[in-house]
Design a protein around this ligand. Structure first.
Ligand code: HEM
Length: 181
């Protein structure tokens, strides 16, 4: 997992909780580098999970809720850091339709070792878009938060629902976005 995800996470914890909370969760999770993440570094994705689990224990907020909130925060940060990736797209559906070919492929150019999920996009009916998310890291909740952050960013009225499809190694998460709901 790229360091940028860690630095934004710790920034969110400091802003929404406190600097002491950052110290507490770093002490609990005890990452190899002592928490000195750099945005271009690469760290085990299990470390971010350990930090979120510790934040959950200290705050009493469930892990999926924290991951979702973090996804929303992360999208807002991405929008600030990479405005050119977002400004070229007019709305949520056109932005998210380009997640593989435009957004994450640009990310791969910036960070060749990025570990990115796979998305299959469908447009089953006018006003509806489906994103099927697959990743061995299973950040479904983070993904939901990123999509919600994207909807908020564009200020559109879109309802989001999700369901799990398949099981075992083929398990995927299906996100359905419906306009005007
Ligand atoms: C400008 C917008 C975006 C940028 C710059 C961006 C960039 C990134 C970066 C740098 C990572 C970390 C890769 C790594 O750790 O090696 C990542 C991971 C991820 N991104 Fe994006 N992303 C953007 C938008 C989105 C959106 C809208 C979604 C959801 C539809 C999304 C879904 C994910 C997920 C779920 C991961 C975690 C890795 C995994 O699940 O395997 N991203 N992205």
């Amino acid at each position: 997992m790229k360091g940028v995800v860690f630095t934004v996470f710790l920034e969110m914890v400091e802003e929404k909780f406190s600097a002491d909370m950052v110290d507490d969760i770093l002490r609990d999770a005890n990452p190899e580098n002592g928490g000195a993440y750099t945005s271009v570094g690469t760290y085990s994705h299990e470390e971010i999970v350990a930090l979120v689990v510790s934040l959950s224990q200290h705050s009493g907020i469930a892990v999926p809720d924290l991951l979702k909130a973090f996804g929303e925060y992360l999208f807002a940060q991405f929008a600030l850091s990479y405005p050119q990736m977002i400004s070229a797209r007019a709305d949520v559906f056109s932005f998210l339709s380009g997640i593989e070919d435009v957004i994450h492929s640009e990310v791969r150019k910036l960070y060749p070792d990025a570990q990115l999920p796979r998305f299959d996009i469908e447009h089953p009916a006018k006003g509806t878009m489906v994103m099927v998310y697959r990743s061995i890291r299973h950040f479904e909740d983070l993904c939901e938060g990123l999509i919600l952050g994207c909807i908020k960013h564009f200020g559109e009225s879109i309802a989001l629902s999700r369901s799990t499809v398949g099981d075992g190694p083929g398990r995927a998460e299906r996100f359905e976005l419906t306009r005007g709901a």
